[in-house]
Design a protein around this ligand. Sequence first.
Ligand code: UDP
Length: 366
Amino acid sequence: MTSLIVDKRDHIGGNCYDYLDSHGIRCSKYGAHLFHTQYERVWEYVKQFSEWVPFDHRVRGLVPDKDGTKRLVPIPPTQATVNELFSENIDSEEKMQAWYDAQRIKPPTGEPQNGEEAALSRVGPLLYDRVFKHYTKKQWDKYPEELDASVLLRLPCRTTTDDRYFGDPWQALPLRGYTRIFENMLLNDPNVAIRLNVDFFDAREKGLLPKYKLLVYTGQIDTYYAAMGMPKLEYRSLRFEEEYVEEPEGGFFQEAMVVNHPWHDVPFTRIVEYKHMPIQPTAVRDGKVKGTLIAREYSSADVEPYYPVPNPSNRALYERYAELAAKEEGVAFVGRLASYKYFNMDQAILNALEMFDNLKETGKLE
Ligand code: UDP
């Protein structure tokens, strides 16, 4: 079986694409990607294509305390976050639990119906206002009440001092970057050909594609059905403002790889500093590169889609597209944009592996 990969961009790897910048710092074109998974199958799969360096991602947020002074605190909230912001002295899980219990607001219908109810039922109004409400407005241009509960529930809520961003058993970064994984998967395989700078729809219309038995489509599902004239699905995009900072004090611009800016006084949502990643080339890790590269992340409604926007109206519209997709012969819709699901990297990989199983079982692959 031979495969042809068609991508309208000038590189492989989709939004995982990373590269070395002019100073030799490994950075991501489409924002930081932190691999984490609870699925052993996914972990075993990705290990075939790279060595992985364990990395527990820790995020800090610059958040105003009760007097309005900005403090750098762990996100998701831990005992330290609450102590710093609200002058508490919590030093046990029991005390933290009691603080949450006093704060939490039960959702009116028992289960949280939207992002606001989800956050209020987990952390209460104080943390909701400091950490979630305005960040979410900046990220989605919607307040949490306009989004599904699942969006806000992505972040864990801790009673412990564990300040890792994710709780999964496997958390690691690929030693030579993500692009290398895709190269290892594809470039040495004589049965795979790649055409870059080719728009699939354009090539199909002009009859430039070879005959194929199966199309694995990873673009936006509503673009695939554009001719049907149905309303468009909503997506959120990102814009990155990169800055190379020459010789910052101590070698770094900020304390952590990612610092969130949940407050509404700045327009960006977070700042990523790539130098903190343990998968930098040796020269960077050895301190031979004196400067540091940062990227301020702004959310936007630009055309390049990064995120589906999970809420009831988009879900209902997606269901109409999914009905068409279910009837489509010879096409597999895979990944975040084609499934209109807020997949993490590992969920996208699992989605592809399960799709593969399914195609095999139903005899749709040779
Ligand atoms: N979120 C927030 N404050 C934060 C971090 C996250 O309000 O400091 C909310 C926000 O709505 C965000 C969602 O939680 O879109 C999921 O955050 P995550 O870090 O998983 O987003 P991603 O890395 O996928 O952009």
